[in-house]
Design a protein around this ligand. Structure first.
Ligand SMILES: [Zn+2]
Length: 306
């Protein structure tokens, strides 16, 4: 990270942390317990992020095409869901503006997606994806030699995944990440992968970053919980909430969740994800969760930052 960028980041964080609503989601219903009269925070802008995308024509390079099913692709399903979600959120939550990070089949870089979110001063970031399972290794007898079976491991497709999984950003850095950050600092490079991490040797910037992440993390997890409740109410199989180091989640300066809306490599889920009814139900679940979240955030009053 370059120094100027770091200073800008810290300055930006001070403003963000200072104006954040602060409340505890530790036990779901204890919202009121550690809050006092506050600032009238309103959710005005929601960023909807359709995952992946195809390679723009006339360009080269690698693109995160996403998962595929037997007749559909993740990038098309997430784009269709994003348009529906945008329309429905703006209809149901009439004061809210919804900004999409991708509006065509062409891929948008993860960095650009986070920039779009931050430039539009999003209050909430919802990334839409479809899940799939990697191939499974199976040991198979391929012959015999001296009365002993000869085995070979073959890869077979695993279509057993089903249901909804919600990801929130987990910021426990691995040793590799720490090393990469340090290496980057030593070499004075500017790796975009780590460009929002503060100098790990500067206690002041680390405290600030941790405080900032702690606040968004709580809100992100709470939104994830509301999503789980709403998807569950629609009878979807729920895989739960998982913390993961997702680039686009941690680079957006707002509470952020990633919704794995279903397994595109599972026949039932793929049919559901592509059906009008399935898409409408998914969108309705998300809208209900966002509505609850918005009511809570705007209803609760806020503590002044310490
Ligand atoms: Zn994906």
């Amino acid at each position: 990270m370059k120094n100027k960028a770091l200073k800008r980041l810290i300055y930006g964080l001070l403003i963000i942390v200072g104006s954040l609503p602060s409340f505890s989601f530790a036990s779901g219903n204890s919202l009121q317990t550690d809050t006092v009269t506050g600032t009238g925070y309103k959710i005005k802008t929601i960023i909807v992020d359709p995952g992946h995308g195809g390679r723009p024509s006339g360009t080269t390079g690698t693109y995160s095409h996403g998962a595929s099913g037997s007749f559909s692709t993740e990038r098309s399903v997430t784009l269709a869901l994003a348009f529906k979600l945008q329309a429905e959120l703006e209809k149901q939550l009439s004061t809210v503006k919804v900004v999409l990070t991708r509006t065509t089949e062409d891929d948008v870089s993860l960095q650009r997606r986070a920039e779009i979110a931050n430039e539009n001063k999003g209050d909430l970031f919802i990334s839409l994806h479809c899940n799939s399972l990697p191939n499974r290794g199976v040991r198979e007898v391929v012959g015999h030699k001296h009365h002993k079976a000869i085995y070979k491991t073959i890869e077979v497709a695993d279509h057993s995944g089903r249901g909804v999984l919600i990801l929130v950003y987990g910021f426990h850095r691995t040793k590799e990440e720490e090393n990469a950050i340090k290496q980057n600092l030593i070499e004075g490079g500017d790796s975009s992968e780590f460009d929002t991490n503060p100098d790990p040797n500067d206690p002041a910037s680390m405290i600030l970053m941790n405080e900032y992440k702690r606040k968004y993390r709580k809100q992100s997890i709470h939104l994830a919980e509301l999503l789980v409740t709403e998807f569950g109410a629609d009878g979807r199989k729920i895989e739960g909430i998982r913390e993961q180091g997702v680039h686009v989640l941690c680079h957006s300066a707002m509470p952020a969740v990633l919704v794995e809306t279903g397994y595109i490599d599972n026949a039932d889920d793929e049919a559901y994800l592509n059906s009008e009814q399935g898409q409408n139900e998914i969108v309705a679940s998300i809208v209900r969760a966002v509505q609850s979240y918005k009511n809570e955030v705007e209803g609760v009053t806020v503590t002044q930052p310490q």
